[in-house]
Design a protein around this ligand. Structure first.
Ligand SMILES: [Zn+2]
Length: 208
């Protein structure tokens, strides 16, 4: 189809939208550009994502680190996670952040601001004036809490705090107990999680 035809089609499609939607720019969050490089995961357009939702990159980062259970930092316009994180999980958590910290629950618009009132973080909507406290979800569909969730195959830094009955080193991260054979109490190790059953994990030391 030629350009004119396309424009006509677009116009007629627009005219069928309710005014409220047609009058607003569409809310578009860039799809995360994720690259796994060795043992790190890079989101190349991280700052673009933060800017598109009008939030502090550091705030979004802190949320992601907590939810993904990985260390990481902002480097230029990118974020670098110090572990392998599946792309789908990153998108999912960014969507969660948007639901929690960006979208107005009354009108669904993203034209909102975070305002602190005493100890309560409020989400104030510039579009409709609604105001609600930010409810940080305690546990999502996957049953995770706010604590970092261990992901089998990922590598975590931890300190061996104890030695179990069978001689394995024992470390704790949040609610998890991680058994690591061949380690001694007090040692700092990087551990790849091999199996995870509930809150018990078994890992092996990785040397880098
Ligand atoms: Zn609103």
């Amino acid at each position: 189809m030629d350009d004119d035809e396309y424009k006509k089609l677009l116009e007629s499609a627009k005219s069928q939208l309710p005014d409220e939607i047609a009058n607003h720019e569409r809310f578009e969050v860039p799809v995360p550009e994720v690259m796994v490089e060795g043992k790190t995961t890079i989101v190349r357009n991280f700052i673009d994502i933060a800017e598109s939702i009008n939030r502090e990159p550091e705030h979004l980062l802190a949320f992601l680190l907590r939810e993904l259970g990985t260390p990481g930092s902002i480097e230029g316009r990118r974020v670098v996670f110090r572990s392998k994180v599946p792309e789908s999980l990153i998108s999912e958590r960014i969507n969660e952040y948007i639901q929690t910290y960006v979208l107005c629950s009354e009108c669904g618009r993203p034209d909102t601001r975070l305002v602190r009132e005493g100890r309560i973080l409020m989400l104030e909507c510039d579009a409709c004036g609604a105001k609600r406290p930010v409810h940080v979800k305690k546990g999502s569909s996957s049953g995770r809490g706010r604590e970092p969730s261990l992901v089998p195959g990922n590598v975590y830094s931890m300190m061996i705090q104890d030695v179990g009955n069978r001689g394995d080193g024992v470390a704790r991260i949040g609610k998890y107990i991680i058994y690591v054979p061949g380690t001694t109490k007090g040692s700092e190790v990087r551990v790849k999680i091999m199996t995870l059953r509930g809150t018990r994990a078994y890992g092996t030391v990785v040397n880098e």
